[in-house]
Design a protein around this ligand. Structure first.
Ligand code: M6R
Length: 606
């Protein structure tokens, strides 16, 4: 996952940039680079592989500039070779970028005929040329950056410098984190506070849509609309440097907000962004011949698997057997005969999941794990590993690990469908495009936090809460209920909306909030019928949907508006509102959000 550093210093900044990049190595990278302003000109050095390669390059060809940007690249668009390493630049502007520019193909197609020459295979280079085009049209530096940002779709954190403008740097954040460090007579930029720890612990975190102008003696931050905004200055304590909460009150909040970035990182591992196709690792088994898939996991990871059952059966036409690991391990179902068993786990240490994995292995199944901690036991004991790139998840309530698990499972469904000839090349491109757009849509929901706080006040007064959903929204209803009960301690249940009449409807009265997860998919009308049944009995309906509230034909207690997305990616999008509802309810109730009572992050006993 890419790391960004920028320094406006009092002396040559290259050694300090390298130092800061080293502190970002934990994110993973495959090439690195640095650009500085040398006597008014932009100069850069880049190298494939580890930072030491860049350092030796700098030994033979040193950079002396006092303003510079640096980058560790984790390849998304284009192979990990020097030509694709950041910074990207022309004679006028140099850029480092973390994230994905979704519309780079369109931008490139428009810029090339106008004479802007692309030298790399990256999406990032489009940013260089968009800014340059703005300058060519007479914009000032500030205008050029602001206008260029409005032309970029996707998730990004950027650091930008210009030839002839020593002691000036621009920063921008949309979905990917970026921290500004305040020094004495020096200013810094970093993907996180860890990178800047040797220089300063006075940090300002940019918020989504923010862009900033940094000079040696200070900075100004602007929001998306160009209005000047203030963001708090926080002290990042040395002891919390390894993983800190950033600007957030809880790790859970930080992890919810990290989702656009970590989903991009995870998708980039399984998708060729240049061709818009799934680029799946070899699982050591012919996916075209897999007769069935068995899935097993616990808790939230199990719900991710349940979504995948719908996806794999629908998009790959492969039957899926799924069970919670604590049941499957003792049920000991007969497996084997060429199937694959997929185990999903954030920690990779969950005792029941591990026991089930060992059973599947003993039965001769091909064992594949989707795990966040790559060094974990489940990862090590699997025949093949499909990592999620969520980064460390500290909050006990799983959030970003869940959506990253969904991202990997979505790619698995496409890979299976493709191998079996069920998904056409065109359908694959559409599904992949829908996935690529997920981080942007998540950012939109995260930008509208206020509505969740208001609803949370009402939810916090409830004794029981019901969640309903159909199809892939059913596991989301289960996940919403689990999230709420584990951190707010309010009793909550998730049901398939069609099950309502078979029992749970007896619980409905005017004191029971019913959260209905109902994106406008092919089951929307059916779910609306169930919603009306709840409303007719006085239930307080909170609708989570991209449909206008008028469409449901009854009174709602609240409506959480979702962006309109492909029905394929609805589960990823719906995860964010159910997480935010639980989080804000817990905050209102004053519970220990990150370490709720009785719960452990890693359940290593059965
Ligand atoms: O580490 P794992 O993903 O295997 O953990 C599985 C469950 O223990 C976990 O998802 C748990 O349900 C979370 N607390 C849910 O937020």
């Amino acid at each position: 996952m890419c790391g960004i550093v920028g320094i406006i210093g009092e002396k040559g900044v290259a050694p300090d940039i390298i130092d800061a990049l080293r502190r970002l190595e934990y994110r993973g990278y495959d090439s690195a680079g640095i650009a500085t302003i040398e006597n008014g000109h932009l100069e850069r050095r880049r190298a494939e592989g580890k930072l030491r390669n860049l350092e030796s390059r700098l030994l033979s060809e040193p950079l002396q500039g006092r303003t510079g940007i640096g980058h560790t690249r984790w390849a998304t668009h284009g192979r990990p070779i020097e030509r694709n390493a950041h910074p990207h630049m022309n004679g006028r502007v140099s850029v480092v970028h973390n994230g994905i520019i979704e519309n780079f193909r369109e931008l490139k197609a428009a810029l090339e005929p106008k004479g802007y020459v692309f030298e790399s295979d990256t999406d990032t280079e489009a940013i260089v040329h968009v800014i340059t085009e703005e300058l060519d049209q007479g914009a000032t530096l500030e205008q050029a950056v602001k206008n260029a940002l409005s032309r970029l779709h996707g998730a990004f954190a950027l650091a930008i410098i210009f030839a002839g403008h020593d002691e000036l740097m621009f920063a921008a954040r949309q979905g990917s984190p970026l921290a500004i460090g305040h020094g004495t007579g020096e200013m810094y930029l970093g993907s996180d506070a860890i990178a800047l720890a040797p220089f300063t612990n006075a940090i300002t975190y940019l918020e989504d849509g923010d862009w900033a102008v940094l000079r040696r003696d200070g900075m100004q931050i602007y929001d998306r609309a160009g209005a000047r905004v203030e963001r708090p200055l926080v002290k990042s304590g040395a002891s919390s440097l390894l993983v800190d909460k950033g600007n957030h009150r809880h790790f859970m909040a930080k992890e919810i907000y990290e989702q656009p970035e970590v989903i991009s990182d995870t998708l980039a591992n399984y998708i060729d962004m240049t061709t818009g196709t799934v680029n799946f690792p070899d699982l050591g088994i012919d996916l075209a011949k897999v007769p069935w898939v068995t899935l097993s996991a616990c808790g939230t990871a199990y719900y991710a698997g349940l979504v995948a059952k719908y996806w794999i059966e629908r998009y790959a036409c492969v039957p899926v057997e799924i069970d919670i690991a604590s049941e499957m391990r003792y049920r000991e179902p007969p497996l084997g005969s060429g199937g694959i068993s997929v185990f999903v786990s954030q920690s990779g240490e969950t005792a029941d999941t591990l026991a089930t994995l060992r059973h599947a292995k003993a039965e001769g199944e091909r064992v594949v794990s989707i795990v966040n901690v790559r060094t974990s036991t489940i990862a090590r004991e699997s025949d093949a590993l499909l990592p999620t790139l969520a980064g460390p998840e500290i909050g006990v309530a799983s959030t970003k690990a869940f959506t990253c698990q969904l991202a990997v499972l979505a790619c698995l469904a496409i890979a299976l469908g493709k191998a079996r000839g069920v998904i056409t090349a065109e359908a694959e491109r559409d599904l992949v495009q829908a996935l690529i757009e997920v981080p942007r849509h998540m950012s939109t929901i995260l930008g509208n936090e206020k509505q969740f706080k208001a609803i949370a006040h009402d939810l916090s007064k409830a004794r029981d809460v019901l969640y309903l959903g159909r199809g892939t929204s059913y596991p989301l209803a289960l996940e919403g209920a689990l999230k709420l009960k584990e951190i707010s301690y309010i009793h909550a249940e998730g049901y398939a909306a069609g099950e309502l009449k078979h029992g749970p409807i007896a619980l409905i009265d005017e004191n029971v909030p019913v959260i209905v997860v109902a994106p406008q998919d092919d089951l929307f009308d059916k779910t609306v019928s169930n919603l009306q049944e709840v409303a007719a009995r006085g239930g307080q309906v909170i609708l989570v949907s991209d449909a206008a509230p008028e469409k449901v034909g009854c009174k709602l207690a609240a409506h959480i508006a979702l962006p309109v997305v492909s029905s394929f990616t609805n589960p990823l999008i719906c995860a964010v509102p159910v997480q935010l509802l639980a989080y804000h309810t817990a905050v209102v109730m004053g519970t220990d959000v990150d370490q709720p009572r009785n719960l452990a992050k890693s359940v290593t006993v059965e």
